[in-house]
Design a protein around this ligand. Structure first.
Ligand SMILES: [Zn+2]
Ligand SMILES: [Zn+2]
Ligand SMILES: [Zn+2]
Length: 142
């Protein structure tokens, strides 16, 4: 399961913190909310760790064209990200950034399989059926 499914622009609660710092909390490579903030020590731009790892394989320069640069974890952006809140679209819980990282592993366990399979809850819409199908599949895997 990819954490990006939980931490993204669609799920973030757009509160004052997010609105004020959106540009510093957004990775310019994937244009999404930064996951594992990693800073170019030269231009101080911050990217997702995964994005900059992939980037470094292809280019010796940072996305901002700094040469011979190195990257380091950004503590200040981490702190700011930890103030954000996200809604989990799967269980409707609201969690902060750090809890969401753990939540991706235990989210689906919050609803019992019986609950998911109750026929009464099935609405005759493709969307609803798809949701139920995916829950059902995860139940089988468990
Ligand atoms: Zn990114
Ligand atoms: Zn740079
Ligand atoms: Zn959830």
């Amino acid at each position: 399961m990819d954490i990006r499914e939980y931490i993204n622009e669609e799920n973030v609660i757009k509160d004052e913190i997010y609105n004020n710092f959106e540009s510093s909390l957004t990775c310019s490579i994937c244009t999404e909310i930064i996951i594992e903030p990693t800073m170019c020590m030269n231009c101080q731009n911050v990217y997702c760790k995964k994005c900059i790892d992939d980037w470094s394989k292809k280019s010796a320069k940072c996305p901002n064209r700094c040469q011979n640069t190195s990257y380091n974890k950004s503590v200040s952006i981490s702190e700011m990200l930890s103030k954000l809140k996200f809604i989990c679209k799967k269980c409707d819980n609201i969690l902060n950034y750090d809890d969401m990282k753990k939540h991706k592993n235990n989210c689906k366990k919050k609803k019992t399989p019986e609950e998911n399979l109750t026929k009464n809850s099935i609405k005759d819409s493709p969307d609803e059926i798809q949701k139920i199908n995916s829950k059902f599949n995860s139940f089988i895997i468990l």
